[in-house]
Design a protein around this ligand. Structure first.
Ligand code: TRP
Length: 461
């Protein structure tokens, strides 16, 4: 049994994506299930998800859904960081509203970045590039963890649904872990869920595009949501769907639990018939209720109906005075390799390209990047190059070459030995230059309008 953890703050990510998926129960991406898949999907760069069908379902129906993602303002923004923004852009192209957290509390807790510094870095290094990358300012809102009390309040409130041992087993926290660090995941839980609050867009499905290193936070959030929900909805063993009441101190009154913890039968019947009513108004018949057990069975319900029911029951929970939160969906991108063939890391400038790098520096870095070519030309011509370990090809695939047909041709010519390693680097450098020039130009265009992307509470007076 594999007991390895994912450490969201470590630099060593497991890049055996099949292993990660099966260990943590991520689902693979099916292109047929996506409306209008983008380059990140068709190239397999987004490789897994949780509950993405909920999002696609909302999209097909024309119902609203939101995106929430975030980055720590701890260093300079580099190529690796662009992936979450590219993911967010794709969801935005389908109609999603996008909220981006500046994780300044997390940077403070885990990287000792003072809030003031985090703020400055975020504005200069990150938000300017979100703008340049083409997010739509009308449907994008960037906020700071430290300036949004609702996020912190929600994280604090939901903190009641977890405990030290759970945090220990998810993150490996121990007795000497500093408490700001312990709080950081709860703030992230607040980040992820707060767009569902009325003030921030209201109840709707939310998807979190991230690198797979962030999955522990998704798991924690989903677990907390499932514990906080007043109604559990699941497929029943005997077929159909089972709805059951989840009794908690917050809902004792609404669910007819008396002070001495005995059940007020008439109150209990009221709540059960409310649910029955709701379910039948959704078009289901053949509903069986059991007020004593606090359950409702929908015999003809299918897996697909579970999500619709969850949404409607969240609304009911809110009417009754609960928070009413849905579990977040998520999608995961792979990590591009570092320029040296190892891990890409902001703390090692020679492993990545920063978004404000000069063209010269960038080209120099690409020209000396790790290559998948053979050691002699003769051998390369005969055996061809290795695409997986060739940084120049990988960067074309992840970032710079948007044209699928062109990329396929380059791949074919490299594996057949027609293109040499040096030529591959030149191709990469060329495309990178075009990409970087465009980004720089767009950044300049937005430079005095960055506040269009900022939420009101992110603007300091
Ligand atoms: N933890 C993320 C990082 O390390 C940043 C982050 C904070 C985030 N809140 C988030 C990411 C919510 C996704 C969703 O970069």
């Amino acid at each position: 049994m594999d007991n390895s953890r994912i450490d969201p703050w470590g630099s060593d990510h497991d890049t055996n994506y099949d292993r990660v998926s099966s260990r943590f129960g991520l689902d693979g991406i099916n292109l047929e299930d996506l409306s209008n898949p983008g380059m990140l999907h068709t190239r397999g760069l987004i490789f897994a998800h949780r509950d993405l069908d909920v999002i696609m379902h909302a999209n097909r129906r024309g119902s609203p859904f939101g995106v929430l993602t975030g980055l720590m303002p701890s260093g300079k923004m580099h190529l690796g960081h662009t992936m979450v923004i590219e993911q967010a852009k794709w969801y935005q192209s389908l109609g999603a509203d996008v909220t981006v957290a500046v994780a300044d509390l997390e940077s403070l807790a885990t990287r000792a970045v003072p809030l003031e510094k985090g703020r400055q870095v975020a504005l200069e290094e990150y938000v300017s590039n979100y703008a340049a990358m083409g997010l739509d300012p009308e449907k994008t809102s960037v906020y700071f963890q430290s300036s949004r009390p609702e996020v912190q309040r929600l994280g604090f409130t939901l903190g009641r649904r977890t405990n030290l041992s759970e945090l220990g087993s998810i993150y490996g926290f121990e007795g000497n872990t500093n408490l700001a660090h312990v709080q950081a995941p709860l703030v992230q839980v607040g980040d992820i869920l707060h767009p569902m609050l009325d003030k921030f867009g209201g109840l709707r499905p939310v998807v979190v595009p991230v690198g797979v290193d962030q999955d522990p936070h998704i798991r924690l959030t989903r677990d907390i949501v499932s514990k906080s929900q007043w109604f559990n909805v699941r497929k029943s063993k005997n077929g159909g769907i089972l709805i059951s009441l989840s009794i908690q101190p917050e809902n004792h009154r609404a669910f007819g639990v008396k002070q001495n913890l005995s059940v007020d039968k008439s109150e209990r019947s009221k709540i059960i018939s409310k649910i029955e009513h709701l379910v039948s108004s959704m078009g289901f018949s053949d509903i069986q209720t059991n007020p004593k057990h606090g359950t409702i069975t929908i015999h003809a319900g299918t897996a697909h109906d579970v999500n619709d029911l969850r949404l409607e029951l969240c609304k009911l929970e809110r009417e009754l005075g609960g928070i009413g939160l849905l579990p977040p969906s998520s999608s995961y991108h792979k990590f591009a390799i570092g320029l040296d063939g190892g891990k890409m890391s902001s703390s090692k400038p020679e492993t990545t390209i920063f978004l404000n790098e000069s063209i010269e520096t960038m080209k120099r870095k690409i020209m000396k990047a790790h290559s998948g070519g053979k050691s002699t030309v003769e051998e390369h011509r005969r055996l061809g190059g290795d695409l997986e370990t060739d940084v120049a090809f990988q960067y074309l695939k992840f970032f710079f070459e948007k044209d699928d047909a062109e990329l396929t041709k380059i791949a074919k010519d490299y594996t057949s030995g027609k293109i040499l390693a040096g030529e591959m680097k030149k191709l990469c450098a060329q495309q990178a230059e075009i990409w970087m020039n465009e980004l720089t130009e767009k950044r300049a265009q937005w430079s005095d309008k960055i506040s269009d992307f900022l939420a009101d509470d992110a603007i300091q007076s």
